[in-house]
Every structure is written in C-alpha cells, then in structure tokens.
Design a protein around this ligand. Structure first.
Ligand code: TYD
Length: 219
C-alpha cells in the first residue's frame, strides 16, 4: 500500500507504561498542529471489539494459542481497514498502541507458536503494512508486574495473569526484533520513573522523526 502518512507503533511488556506515555505523546502531537490519530486495536471498531472481548475474557482459559493468534490478526485486519489505512491515506501521523510485534512476541515467542508462523498470518492480515517507526518501552517483567499490581484502577486481563516466565519471553522477543530491525525499532529503558521515559519518547520524536514526518507530509 502506498500512503503519504507516517505510521508509528508503541510497544512494550505489561506494565511498561504505554498508557501514561501515550497521553503525553498525544498532547505533543496536538501542539504540532499536524493531522494525527492516536489509536489502539480494536479502536472502537465494533467487529474488532467483539473479537477482542472473546480473546481477553478471563473465563476463556481453554483458548488454544492458534485461536488466540488468529483472533488478534482478525481484529487487527478490521482495525486497519476501518481506521489506520484511511488515516494514512489522508496523510495523517498515526500512532497505534500495539501492533504486529505484540503478536510476534506474545503469541510467537511467549505462547510458543513460533515467530515465523505468527508473522505469516499477520502478513495476510495486514497486507504487509509495516510501521515507519516503533517505540519499544523495555521494562523488566518484575518491575512491570509490580506496577500493574500497584495500579488499582487497571482492569486485570487474561494475559496479565501469565507467569513471570511468560513475560520474560515477551521481553526477549521484543529485544530480538529490535536487534533485527534497529532502523525501525527504538528501545527506551522503561524501568525508570515514567516522566523520564516520556521525556525520552518526546526527544526521539523531536530529533529523529518529526523531520521525516514533516518531509513526508509535505510531499
Ligand atoms: P492491551 O489491552 O493493549 O493492554 P496493555 O495495557 O498491556 O497494552 O493488551 C492486552 C493484552 O493483549 C496484553 O497483555 C498484550 C496482549 N496482546 C497479545 O498477546 N497479542 C497482540 O497481538 C496484542 C495486540 C496484544
């Protein structure tokens, strides 16, 4: 697909602080006065929301790992078709909270389906659309999980309840992707107080990418 927009994804293990950081990035993008969209799968898209509620229901302990991977890919495809692709085609900066990398590491690495198998179903689901930039918040799983248990307001989902070993595999998976694709993936140390992480995220956007984004939008 050709587009004139700029596609950014935000990734991280559970408790990495994505939700806090995304709020700050949204404020920053607002100040830039460029057309932008902040979204997350399933993005309020009815079909994708329904798929997602099946995946994350804590009662669904019998869900097979392949089923889970296919459902994520299905929700992603719908969200792309209804939200992300139209925005990119209009030249917007799109920031998406989690994307294919989440499936590669959660389903491919941590659930053990294999990264290549999960990559291939996602290639079908996305038509090969890849982010221009991925911000990966790298957190030690023990730090991440302790943040989650300290946050009373956050709803605990089925994947939060996985073991520390599972979350370690998630982290290893992310670090492997970052090592393979250093141009696309920027690793940010998210073990620090979240204000410092936010500052770093904004610095990355300022230094490296707003120029690219600006060029991209003016073309
Ligand atoms: P999410 O609602 O984005 O929670 P968080 O606040 O941690 O970002 O994601 C819920 C869970 O779904 C999270 O544990 C990661 C997992 N997940 C996958 O396993 N595969 C995927 O493709 C996606 C998008 C999320």
């Amino acid at each position: 697909m050709t587009s004139t927009g700029f596609f950014i994804t935000l990734e991280g293990g559970d408790g990495a602080g994505k939700t806090t950081v995304i709020g700050r990035v949204r404020e920053y993008l607002q100040q830039q006065k460029r057309p932008y969209l902040v979204t997350r799968e399933p993005g309020g898209i009815e079909i994708a929301e329904k798929i997602r509620s099946i995946i994350l229901n804590p009662a669904h302990t019998a869900m097979d790992a392949r089923t889970e991977a296919l459902l994520y890919a299905a929700a992603r495809s719908q969200h792309l078709a209804e939200v992300v692709e139209p925005a990119l085609q209009q030249g917007m900066i799109v920031l998406c909270d989690r994307f294919v990398d989440s499936s590669l590491v959660y389903q491919g690495n941590a659930r053990g389906l294999g990264v290549e198998a999960v990559r291939s179903i996602n290639k079908f689901a996305t038509g090969g659309l890849a982010p221009d930039l991925t911000l990966y918040l790298d957190v030690d799983p023990e730090v991440g999980l302790s943040r989650i248990s300290a946050n009373q307001d956050r709803e605990v989902n089925r994947l939060d309840l996985e073991s520390l070993a599972f979350h370690r595999k998630v982290r290893e998976g992310y670090l492997a992707i970052a090592a393979e694709e250093p141009q696309r993936v920027v690793v940010l140390d998210a073990n620090r107080p979240l204000e410092s992480v936010e500052q770093d995220v904004l610095q990355v956007l300022k230094d490296r990418f707003l120029k690219d984004i600006g060029d991209n939008l003016s073309n």
